[in-house]
Each structure stands twice: as C-alpha cells, then as structure tokens.
Design a protein around this ligand. Structure first.
Ligand code: ZN
Length: 117
C-alpha cells in the first residue's frame, strides 16, 4: 500500500496507484483524490518500451529467445520499481470533476494514441 499524499495514511494499493494515471485514486480515509502525473507515467512507459525494443533486438541478433528472458525480467522489474517510486500527487475535486467530463472513452482513445506516438 502507498501513502495518501493528503492524509499520509497507507490507503492506496499498488494496482490503484498504477491505474491512477487513467482514473484518480480515492483515499478510503480522507476521500481525497490523487494520481501519478501523466508526465511520470509516460516516462516510465517510454523506458519500459525502450527495454522491450532492446530485448527484441537482442533476441533477433542472437537468434535465440533465451536471451530475451533477462531482458524481460530486468525490464519488468524496473517498470515495477519506477511505479513504486513515482510520487502520488493530490488532485482537487474541482479539477477531477472538470476532467471527468472528458469521459473514459476519450481517456482510452488518448492512451491508444500515446502508444503510437
Ligand atoms: Zn487520505
């Protein structure tokens, strides 16, 4: 569990923290919202993506899928470690209400777009 940035109580689960980039995590103690900012999430995603590409290149170069195993393990471990270290930032209800109007469809759509950017 991760500490809520508003009340400092450990109420945010790891999965909730990860998903907070898409939908704000709500603290069960103080009901305030928080998230990992998109800039952090994108940086983590970009790093994981580069590691994934390097693993693919290594497997093609060595013509063996076995060399991909450490690559996947290192890539996966650093992805989790970076999410673990990423800061949760409090979000005001007013801002969340404004952003919610955008809707989940737009959120998913922009996530798909960001994959191809
Ligand atoms: Zn809280």
């Amino acid at each position: 569990m991760y500490d809520c940035p508003s009340c400092k109580k450990p109420t945010i689960s790891g999965a909730r923290k990860w998903w907070s980039n898409m939908a704000y995590a709500e603290c069960s103690e103080c009901q305030r919202l928080c998230h990992v900012p998109g800039s952090s999430a994108n940086a983590i995603f970009a790093l994981a993506f580069v590691m994934f590409l390097l693993t693919i290149v290594a497997m093609i170069t060595a013509q063996s899928t076995r060399v991909g195993i450490p690559g996947v393990l290192v890539g996966g471990a650093s992805y989790v470690a970076l999410w673990h270290r990423a800061d949760l930032i409090p979000v005001s209800r007013a801002r969340a209400a404004t952003e919610r109007k955008v809707g989940i469809v737009t959120a998913i759509f922009s996530a798909i777009i960001s994959i191809f950017n």
